[in-house]
Design a protein around this ligand. Sequence first.
Ligand SMILES: [Zn+2]
Length: 257
Amino acid sequence: MTIRHTRLLLTLLAISFLLISCKEDELPPCTDIHWEYEGEDGPDAWGELCVDYTTCAGQAQSPVNLAGAIYDPASLDIAQSYSASTTHILNNGHTIQFTYDAGSSILVNGESYELLQFHSHTHSEHSVSGISSPMELHFVHKNLTTGNLAVIGVLVEEGAENEVLKLFTEHLPAAKDSTYEAALTYEAQDLFPEDRSYFTYSGSLTTPPCSEIVTWFVMEQSIQASAAQIEAFEALQHENARPLQELDGRVIRYHSW
Ligand SMILES: [Zn+2]
């Protein structure tokens, strides 16, 4: 073998080695990828679990600590048009979710967002001036034209028994992927605080794929639920709050509704 041949062989070996290592660096597809709130597949690892979760390491992520908000008298008013819904509760293995009947929406900046579902986090994901709450409800609305989301966050403090949650506490589905269905109707707005002042900022889903398509509206005033009611949720979904994310230059605005 000549020196030239040896060089060629070494070059070929180097190239194949590089190709193999590149292949190993590629992330797998996200089908059947499991994520968790702690351990190896916990929040710090979400962005590296698979190819569609890389946004979890992005710079417009949620939740955040709501502090230093700018009072903005001109910011968005939310016109709300909710109807009653029958009861559909799902335990999806990460949260207890209440799917809402079609036909309820909010109007944000002239655009309609349909209420799809609300779900719960224990403890809260957002904090206000560094203080978190024992629970937070997320009312997820979707703009059916753009696919963007508007999520209203309601913080829940421990206190009086909640009249709406009372309807469901004994029926929360215990097993993953199990559901509870009932003809019983209720109104989502009965889970909102009286004072509708809110913080708003641009952020993301707080679970993988962490898509940065969410305009957040987190109510300043919290609602109350009893310790037993909060415990009923926590017993099933455990600690399902993503840690606080950096603001990375984003601005939080405050508005009295
Ligand atoms: Zn949520």
